[in-house]
Design a protein around this ligand. Structure first.
Ligand code: ZN
Ligand code: ZN
Ligand code: ZN
Ligand code: ZN
Length: 216
C-alpha cells in the first residue's frame, strides 16, 4: 500500500496499478483508504468505468468521514466528463474500450456458417423411428408387427430441416453474436480513425526526415 502510494506520488501509475492488484490478489484485508488511491490510479490510466466503481465503493464504505473524502468528491466530478464521453461514443463499449470490426463476419453481422442443427452433416436422425427406419405396432393379438417408417421411408435419416441439406445456413455470426464488432483492449479516444492508417505509421511520418525538411 505504501509502495503504491509512493508510485502515485511519482506519477508511476502503471506501477501503482501493479501494487494494488497484488493487494487485491493476496486476499488480505484491504486497507480502508485503498479504494480511493486505486480509483485515482485507474483514472490516470484512463480506466474511467473501473475508477468510478472503486470510488463508489470507497464512498459507500467510508462515508463523509473518510480520510480522502474531499479528494474523492473531486475525483467524482472529474470523472463525469470522461464517463459522459464514453456513454455518448459509439466507437467504444460502456467501459471505454474501443470496438473493432469482427474478424469473422467483417461487420456484416450475418454470415454463412456451418448449420447449427445438423453440425454441417446435412442429415439428421429420424425422430419417429429413432433412426432405425422401422416402427413397431402391436396388433389385436398382442403380437408386435414391424413396419417401414413412413416419415423417413425406412432410411432412418432425414434431410436437415434447417439447411435442407446445404450443410450451411445464414445466421447471426457466432463470434460477435450478430453485433458486427467485438471489444478490443484499446482504450478509446472517441475519435474516428482512418481505416488503414495505424498510429505508429502516422507517428513515423512526423519524425521522418522528409517532414522535418518540409517544415523548414
Ligand atoms: Zn461477427
Ligand atoms: Zn423414420
Ligand atoms: Zn443442417
Ligand atoms: Zn469512444
Amino acid at each position: 500500500m505504501e509502495a503504491a502510494k509512493s508510485a502515485i506520488a511519482d506519477s508511476e501509475y502503471e506501477q501503482a496499478n501493479y501494487y494494488f492488484r497484488q493487494i487485491i490478489e493476496s486476499n488480505a484485508a484491504i486497507p480502508s483508504e485503498m479504494p480511493y488511491y486505486f480509483a485515482e490510479t485507474l483514472y490516470e490510466l484512463g480506466q474511467y468505468d473501473n475508477s468510478a466503481n472503486f470510488l463508489q465503493k470507497y464512498l459507500q464504505i467510508n462515508g463523509h468521514t473518510a480520510e480522502n473524502y474531499k479528494q474523492a468528491k473531486e475525483l467524482e466530478s472529474q470523472l463525469e466528463e470522461p464517463l459522459q464521453a464514453i456513454a455518448s461514443c459509439e466507437l467504444c463499449d460502456y467501459k471505454g474500450y474501443r470496438y473493432e470490426v469482427c474478424p469473422t463476419c467483417h461487420g456484416s453481422k450475418q454470415i454463412e456458417q456451418e448449420c447449427h442443427y445438423c453440425k454441417g452433416h446435412g442429415i439428421v436422425g429420424c425422430s419417429r423411428c429413432k433412426g432405425t427406419g422401422i416402427v413397431t405396432k402391436k396388433n389385436v393379438f398382442d403380437i408386435t408387427e414391424y413396419y417401414q417408417c413412413s416419415r423417413c421411408e425406412g432410411h432412418g435419416k432425414l434431410t436437415c430441416p434447417v439447411c435442407e441439406g446445404s450443410l450451411s445456413e445464414i445466421s447471426p455470426c457466432r463470434t460477435c453474436s450478430g453485433f458486427g464488432k467485438i471489444k478490443s483492449d484499446q482504450i478509446c479516444d472517441h475519435q474516428e480513425h482512418q481505416a488503414h492508417e495505424s498510429k505508429t505509421e502516422s507517428e513515423e511520418k512526423v519524425i521522418g526526415t522528409e517532414s522535418i525538411f518540409n517544415n523548414q
